[in-house]
Design a protein around this ligand. Structure first.
Ligand SMILES: [Zn+2]
Length: 675
């Protein structure tokens, strides 16, 4: 049997032939895919012909199809259904794939051709998308170092290699320190406030470490632990908070302080090599933000009101405590939860019977999309996903024309990583005539046999969010693969998904899906009103802890290569004080030594992205409100001007087209109560 990745699948929408894929096909296709693409690149680069769009950009965009096919299927499986085999392949091929990407992007002859085209781009009679393609390739190759001399490239490769070692070590240390610091509880009475399920999970965790009869509270990545909102013993909360905050600073093998310093310094050095003053300047140059100044401007506008709001919330909490003691960071969540119940009387758990998964999907998520965009969904039981839990839906336009496949993988399982996400298995583009297949993954616990799945409030929100990414992929109408669907800037990609969350509580949508699973009664109006009223409660704290982390990220990546930073804690304290986010009761969401996003997970100088795209999101939500909400006309406008263009248009331009002006920050300030 031939390797299924060598040719495009002949199934509808080129759905991969999952049943025919054997383990050995992956490595074989990775090897051949990389070799094929290098040969294709070599043919372009060594051509004796004068560079043209047709003989350079088009074959570049056509190159690497086998690699593309195997990567899409493999990495989807590695996230959603991994095993020892996929983990071994991932470990073996990650450095190979990184080296392959460098071999393409640091190819001097190829870069020369792109540079020539870039110089002529306005005079070649190119269509707008084609011209933008040349610009994007030129920028990306330049930022990757393609324009450097051979000796500079050697330095760059060394820096990249050293950085990959250090960032991997950071992650390894953090994991080890988190495990070391898990809090052992001797007496179950000390866990007062936790649910029976949480207590048995703690007992189980202790058991698995040979601590029979005890309880273990394992740490989570952010500073705040979920149990802090319910544990009634103050000293237990304090122990957890102290453990969380001491990650990476205790000396010994797992100390991350030297790594933070060296990673920041080497990134600055690399930025200098590439012609930028700082790493933050290097990163933001190729984001919609454009510069660290633009990021600083936004964060600087938000920080003072956020800090003020946090102080006001703090006063409420202190009033509840009285004179007994002064509110500490480990008390915040606990008293905040009490104030929330007092003030708003919200019990999110009471909502679950109204969120039956199938109704949420069909009468909520799909319903809103049909109202907005006219699209319809048909389940295809004849088509097979990559796991028995995966459901396959065919999506059609209002005129009946096919749009693509939507795969939903709702349930949690041991082989699936945590969180929720959207993936693409193939991406629409006219050049290769490819259709679209998108997937959504969540981690909803599977109900018992014969029982219905009831979602939590947050899970419903997540489904609407991930479906927003799916629509972004499904609606793409681009010519070149590079621009398909969600291939947009990192500080833009969350915008469409954040916008789609707005339909969850939109009255017409909510009434259509939120029906009691047993009685069939609609969700009581007062329940919805309580939720809405409580939505901005606690935003002072949430915004402050997020901004503090985002500012730390920017600060570490704004130091110069010869900066004399030697004390991580002092540096952190200085940064937070300089912007007024140094309230000890509101620690940053991540401190430097456990800030995995930016020291090992690719969000370096980019943690600001979440709030950056939320500016666009809030302004777009305001636009829908101003223009009549859930209508076909509004949906079509958003689809054609924002979602459908994928990455083929400058995002600022796309947004201006849609909104009639640049984004306004006010709706975000209103939403988060930052006025
Ligand atoms: Zn998202």
């Amino acid at each position: 049997m031939t390797n299924p990745f060598f040719e495009a699948s002949t199934l509808p929408y080129q759905l991969p032939r999952f049943a025919d894929i054997a383990d050995e096909h992956y490595t074989e296709a990775f090897d051949r895919g990389m070799a094929d693409q290098l040969a294709e690149i070599e043919a372009i680069a060594s051509s004796a012909e004068e560079p043209t769009f047709e003989n350079t950009m088009v074959p570049l965009e056509r190159s690497g199809q086998v690699l593309q096919r195997v990567s899409a299927v493999f990495f989807n499986r590695a996230s959603a259904d991994s095993n020892d085999f996929t983990q071994a392949v991932e470990q073996e091929y990650a450095p190979k794939l990184a080296a392959h990407a460098d071999a393409v992007r640091l190819n001097a002859a190829l870069y020369n051709r792109i540079e020539t085209l870039y110089g002529r781009r306005g005079r070649m009679g190119l269509e707008a998308e084609a011209q933008y393609l040349v610009e994007r390739y030129y920028t990306e190759f330049t930022l990757a170092g393609a324009g450097l001399t051979e000796s500079e490239k050697e330095t760059l490769r060394e820096l990249n290699k050293r950085l990959s070692v250090l960032t991997t070590r950071f992650e390894k240390n953090l994991l080890a320190d988190m495990n070391d610091l898990a809090v052992v509880i001797e007496d179950v009475a000390e866990l007062d406030g936790l649910t029976p399920g949480e207590i048995s999970a703690a007992a189980e965790a202790a058991n698995s470490r040979g601590l029979e009869g005890k309880y273990l509270v394992t740490l989570v990545l952010p500073t705040g632990h979920p149990h802090l909102s319910s544990l009634t013993y103050r000293d237990v909360r304090e122990r957890i908070m102290l453990a969380s905050r001491s990650r990476g600073i205790r000396g010994g093998d797992n100390d991350n302080r030297q790594l933070v310093l060296e990673i920041s310094r080497l990134r600055a050095e690399r930025a200098n090599l590439l012609g930028f003053h700082t790493h933050a300047a290097f990163v933001t140059a190729d984001e919609t933000a454009g510069s660290p100044e633009a990021v600083a401007d936004l964060l600087g506008k938000l920080a003072p009101p956020a800090a003020r709001n946090a102080t006001a919330e703090q006063a409420d909490l202190q009033a509840l405590i009285g004179d007994d003691f002064t509110l500490s960071s480990h008390d915040w969540a606990f008293y905040s939860e009490r104030v929330r119940k007092q003030k708003y009387d919200v019990d999110k758990a009471a909502m679950r019977p109204y969120f039956e998964a199938e109704r949420v999907l069909r009468d909520g998520v799909f319903f809103a999309a049909t109202r907005l965009y006219g699209i319809t969904f048909t389940e295809r039981h004849d088509l097979e996903g990559y796991h028995p839990d995966v459901r396959v839906f065919e999506v059609h336009n209002e005129d009946g024309s096919p749009l693509g496949l939507y795969l939903l993988d709702l349930y949690t399982r041991d082989s699936k990583r945590g969180g929720a996400w959207m993936n693409s298995l193939t991406q629409q583009n006219d050049l290769l005539g490819q259709p679209t297949i998108v997937t959504n993954n969540l981690n909803v616990p599977k109900p018992g046999v014969g029982e219905k799945t009831l979602l939590t409030y947050d899970e419903v929100n997540t489904l609407f969010h991930e479906f927003g990414h799916a629509l972004h992929g499904l609606f793409a109408t681009v010519t070149y693969p590079k621009f398909a669907g969600t291939n947009v800037f990192r500080d833009f990609v969350e915008f469409p998904s954040q916008v789609n969350e707005m339909w969850m509580l939109w009255p017409e949508v909510l009434e259509n899906y939120a029906v009691h699973v047993e009685t069939g009664e609609p969700m009581p109006r007062e329940l919805i009103e309580k939720i809405e009223a409580s939505r901005s409660y606690g935003e002072g704290f949430a915004t402050s802890e997020y901004l503090a982390a985002a500012l730390l990220d920017q600060a570490w990546h704004s130091i110069s290569a010869d900066a004399e930073v030697t004390d991580v804690a002092a540096f952190e304290a200085g940064v937070l004080a300089s912007i007024g986010l140094d309230n000890p009761a509101v620690p940053p969401r991540y401190s430097s030594t456990y800030f995995q996003h930016v020291f090992s997970s690719g969000y370096d100088a980019g943690y600001y992205s979440y709030i950056w795209s939320e500016v666009l999101d809030a302004d777009t939500v305001a636009w829908f409100h101003e223009n009549g909400g859930l209508t076909r006309e509004n949906g079509d406008r958003f689809r054609s001007l924002v979602l459908g263009v994928g990455g083929s248009v400058d995002p600022h331009e796309a947004f201006r087209h849609f909104r009639g002006r640049a984004a306004d920050i006010q709706p975000l300030l209103d939403r988060r109560g930052l006025n």
